[in-house]
Design a protein around this ligand. Sequence first.
Ligand SMILES: Cc1ncc(COP(=O)(O)O)c(C=O)c1O
Length: 485
Amino acid sequence: MMGPIMYLDLDGQGPRYAQLIRALKGAILDRRYAAGTRLPPSRALARELDVSRNTVLAAYEQLQVEGFLLGRVGSGSFVANVGPGGPRKLPANALVAPLSSFARRALANTDGRHIPGHQHQDLRYNLQYGVPLANPLLASAWRREVTRAAEHVQLDYPDAQGLERLRVQVCDYLARRRGVPAEPEDVLIVNGTQQAFSLAARVLLEAGDVVALEEPHYRGARQVLVAHGAHPRGCRVDGDGLVPSALPRSARLAVVTPSHQFPTGALLPLARRMELLAWAARERSWLIEDDYDGEFRYGGRPLAALKSLDRDGRVIYIGSFSKALFPALRLGYMVLPPALREAFVAAKWLEDRGSNTLEQAALAHFMAGGGFERHLRRAAVALRARRAAMLAGLARHARDALDVVDSNAGMHLTAWLAQANHGQCEQLVAHARTRGLGLYAIAPYCLKPPTQPGLVLGYAGLPPADIEAAMRLLGRCLRETGLVA
Ligand SMILES: Cc1ncc(COP(=O)(O)O)c(C=O)c1O
């Protein structure tokens, strides 16, 4: 049912009733007004368009005669069914102006993952990294928090740096859990890690600047930095994480995951952390510490974040609520060195005037009331069980084909295909898909294909029984593709 007012663009040519007829016909033929839509009463439309009521009545009458409208006495005028068709669609390549170099790099770098619906794959068992842990208790707790926040919603533009009470909670959390000393004025609330990388590119980089990435690394970071014109340089990672001597000279910035190398899972030892900091001080470069899943560790003592060792103000710390809560939330935070604070807040203000206040307020209250910590404890128990099911299943069904990397944290495991080449790995992924199993190769997380092919196996999205079944199916796919006897 159409509201009382409709958008109509009169072309100003000739009598008003003829202009109105043309505008209504155009809208009906473009299917902007679907069959059955009720047109506004003539009096209301006349008032809206500042024409006489008779002008509108004359137009409606003519359109009824021509079959565009159906009139029902006493109940108004309705759009008739004018058959199949739709708005005139311009071909996607009918551009009148060239795209910016940013847009061209963005399109070349996103592998089509920005296209709606790409992730809804019809798979029985999807081991895609990034699929969240579904938790009904979190859903109900979150609904309560959002409802409560909506009752106290602040209507004005928010503080672009983030709600102060959320920044206070983030500082408290970081001090207790990650050993990071931060004051609320050091924190910038962002729309997820992805925005943090994008702001970092705007604030710190010129097109052509060299950026050091771990090899393999988080694809989301590379994509946005490259779209902004950075030249990525891959740096070797071994069983202990990033090898500091592999860092290039004259890089403006290095992106590192010291707590849980992405995706191999290594924990960077203290000596290497100190070398990284010395490199940044020597090269006058910035270090972005992406602490994306530091809240979930299943053994061993966590090391404090790299940021806690930063004496020269060279580390930009990024945390996300995508893993700790859920990725649809699109909230994360940065802890910024004092020298960068104002420029980052200015960039954030220009970009979106600040993150959504309602969800920031809900989250601040959730954290202050202890609900967040309770959720983390429960999530860690569930994830531990899923991880154990995957490890047991891999040992039972894929031991002869896959070398599982030892890692004690997070929501995924990495496994190398010991005796296969990249072609065989692709074949395995394609074959598994036909059997309803979603497997994902490590190669897209690398600048250059790794010497050995491997898989990134996400376990957060499936309950243990499904993971067991998925591992059985993986064993079968390995046999069917000849990767094990
Ligand atoms: C290494 C790494 N960093 C960050 C993120 C989170 O990104 P965001 O906060 O944009 O959801 C992820 C999630 O997949 C990740 O794997």
